[in-house]
Design a protein around this ligand. Structure first.
Ligand code: PAF
Length: 299
């Protein structure tokens, strides 16, 4: 009788190759077809991450997914220890999706000399919103993203639009430091009820999950107000009203910003904006954003 193996079982494609050390990675990337497309993640992969991977695979070069919960981007009272880690499940999710290799380094492999003394500082766009609530967060993100780009020698890197401030800052880093990489940004994946997918949704109880829906509802209210061409203040007020009426949440911020530099829209500004918000539901912090067009004072 013929026994099925990884290679001939049509329902279980093999998981991608995993590399956990910088040196082995350097050898492996050398042999990958160009363009090398990197999808940087912290694991706990959900359908939103898989959209990024599918986008990377559609380019037609080779695909590297990094899985690393980066201690440098977590504050001392944040969820670094609790952050979900499921490498086996991640590999299963990536099987059959055209991923050439997964780089899942240890902390020591990523930071062999301990916490780096030289880091990438995010500049002015990194000190508001997420950067204000989470001091040091973006220096941690940019430092590890720079290291991942260099280690994988990525030609293209794919990011999710849900972390819009991160995207803006990575874009600035790439431009300011002449990093030879092209960025591709993929729209946010949402559950049917509107909640943006996030690895942190796993922390929510059923009741908290329905309270969390206030965030996409607020963004959508702001977008509808903007579509009615009301002034900026009224657009913001529409979103804040939804958040104000919601129970069980605390609002870290809600604002309308310019997507490229995360400066708040002023009364005189118009054009493409981004409604952004961050809330806490219990101990879980969630962020989300929604593109909106703001008409000028003249309408
Ligand atoms: O967006 C994330 O998951 C992380 O911030 C990233 C880009 C993988 C860096 O650790």
């Amino acid at each position: 009788m013929h026994r099925l193996t990884w290679n001939d079982d049509p329902v279980s494609p093999p998981p991608p190759r995993v590399i956990d050390a910088q040196r082995a990675l350097a050898d492996a990337v050398e042999r990958l077809a160009r363009p090398r497309v990197l999808v940087p993640t912290m694991g706990a992969l959900h359908a939103g991450h898989l959209d990024l991977v599918d986008k990377a695979a559609s380019v037609g070069g080779s695909v590297i997914v990094s899985v690393f919960v980066n201690p440098l981007q977590f504050g001392p009272n944040e969820d670094f220890d609790a952050y979900p880690r499921h490498l086996a499940g991640d590999l299963e999710a990536l099987a059959g999706r055209g991923v050439d290799l997964v780089y899942a380094p240890t902390g020591r492999d990523m930071y062999p000399l301990g916490a780096p003394r030289v880091t990438v500082q995010p500049g002015p766009a990194g000190s508001a919103y997420e950067g204000k609530v989470r001091p040091g967060h973006f220096a941690g993100v940019l430092t590890v993203v720079a290291k991942l780009l260099l280690r994988t020698r990525a030609d293209i890197a794919v990011f999710g639009r849900k972390d819009a401030q991160q995207v803006a800052l990575v874009r600035q880093m790439v431009a300011d430091l002449d990093l030879p990489v092209e960025l591709v940004v993929v729209p946010t994946r949402r559950d049917p009820d509107g909640l943006a997918l996030s690895s942190r949704n796993a922390y929510l109880t059923a009741a908290q999950r329905s309270q969390a829906l206030a965030l996409p509802a607020a963004l959508s209210a702001a977008a509808s107000a903007a579509a009615d061409a009301v002034p900026l203040d009224a657009v913001k007020a529409a979103g804040l009203e939804v958040l104000g009426k919601a129970g069980g949440i605390e609002v870290d911020y809600f604002d309308i910003v310019r997507p490229d530099d995360f400066q708040a829209f002023g009364a005189e500004d118009w054009g493409q904006g981004l409604a952004i918000g961050a809330i806490r539901v219990g101990t879980t912090r969630l962020i989300d954003n929604w593109p909106i067009g703001i008409v000028g004072k003249e309408g």
